[in-house]
Ligand binder design. Structure first.
Ligand code: 13P
Ligand code: SF4
Length: 352
């Protein structure tokens, strides 16, 4: 097992939050953004963890709100010349790799991810070199350089299926960077996997003990968990999955109360498909403990109306660039994932 200092707050201090705007300002920003999106032939692609107001704006303007896999697909297929990606850096980079001919801008390029930070290319590459007989599978939450080193890129919505397929073909696997998701995938598939020891600072905070206490309070509630959470939390789940899979589970489960262990930005879309159901935040800090993230990603929170407008007015310093040689290499494992997703969908349809 690798032992890494994957995230150190003093090295990577939390970023500042966007300025608080009053209602009048927010509505003026939204009107200007709508105009600018048309003027610049841009489309807003937002992740489920961004501010609900940004998600609503993406929906209203013909953009999309989605998980990281769907964001990548949507941007790739949409005719707009400019993709405005509200999320974190790796999502903007993925969009650029898939559609290098488009301009990809982000409200801020500072919005990163503890998984990306915890998996530097040089160290990761050295690790892969030490295990040349392994197939390298990396999570989408990584830099373009790490993707370029991989055989496969996966998102949480497709990780189990891809690893199951690789395992059936007899591959031994290096998995990076999330140790909890990797552990979950290994358990689900029985695959032989070497796990990089990264973690998401948001999901790593969910606490099984406090969750057990909450479940006593809400005995009829179903528990929904993103697999970046610790194993003890995943073990209590009625549904485990990516953001979009959790939204689907919330819709289909019969329970009227749902305890949700993922970033609370997801509540906006989840509530839309769960009218009348009560959504309850899973506990993060436990009794009296400190809470670093409180179920909201500090980097997702950097996306604000003001920075969205700024990016549309002047892309300088907000445009995503990826080295051409890296694009060429990173495209291979990314396209493998998209091709696999497509053929899996066809298979499912064919069986239906
Ligand atoms: P999804 O792939 O489920 O959208 O998750 C991305 C992410 O960053 C989870 O923390
Ligand atoms: Fe990264 Fe976690 Fe934030 Fe997702 S929630 S972007 S995994 S730090």
């Amino acid at each position: 097992m690798l032992e890494l200092e994957f995230f150190n707050e003093s090295i990577y201090p939390f970023p500042p939050k966007p300025l608080k705007l009053d209602e009048q300002q927010r509505s003026e920003y939204k009107e200007r953004i709508k105009r600018l999106l048309i003027e610049k032939d841009a489309v807003l692609v937002a992740h489920y963890y961004t501010d609900p107001e940004i998600q609503a704006l993406a929906e209203e303007t013909g953009g999309c709100v989605a998980d990281s896999l769907e964001m990548a697909r949507f941007g790739n297929n949409h005719p707009a010349k400019t993709l405005l990606v509200a999320g974190v850096r790796f999502m903007g980079e993925t969009a650029k790799i898939l559609t290098p001919e488009k301009t990809v801008i982000m409200p801020t390029l500072e919005a990163t991810c503890s998984l990306d930070l915890g998996c530097p290319e040089k160290e990761f590459s050295e690790f892969c070199d030490q295990h040349p007989e392994h197939t390298v599978v990396v999570y989408a939450n990584t830099s373009a350089a790490v993707k370029a080193r991989a055989d496969w890129v996966v998102t949480s919505s497709i990780a189990v299926d891809v690893v199951e397929h690789l395992d059936a073909e007899g591959h031994k696997i290096i998995w990076a960077p999330d140790k909890h998701l990797g552990g979950y995938v290994a358990k689900q598939t029985g695959a032989e996997m070497l796990l990089w020891q990264g973690a998401c600072i948001v999901h790593d905070e969910f606490k099984a003990k406090a969750l057990r206490q909450l479940k006593i309070q809400y005995p009829n509630a179903a528990i929904l968990v993103h697999p970046e959470s610790p194993e003890s939390v995943v073990a209590m789940a009625d549904a485990v999955g990516s953001t979009s899979q959790l939204i689907a589970a919330a819709q289909h489960l019969p329970n009227k109360q749902l305890i949700v262990a993922t970033d609370k930005g997801i509540f906006y879309k989840m509530q839309q498909v769960c009218e009348g159901k009560e959504l309850i935040e899973a506990p993060t800090g436990g009794n009296g403990a400190t809470c670093r993230s409180c179920a909201h990603c500090p980097w997702m929170a950097m996306n604000g109306l003001q920075s969205i407008e700024e990016a549309l007015v002047d892309a300088n310093g907000k445009e995503v660039f990826v080295d051409e040689a890296l694009i060429e290499k990173a495209l291979i494992p990314l396209n493998r994932m998209l091709g696999f997703a497509q053929s899996n969908k066809l298979k499912v349809k064919g069986n239906a």
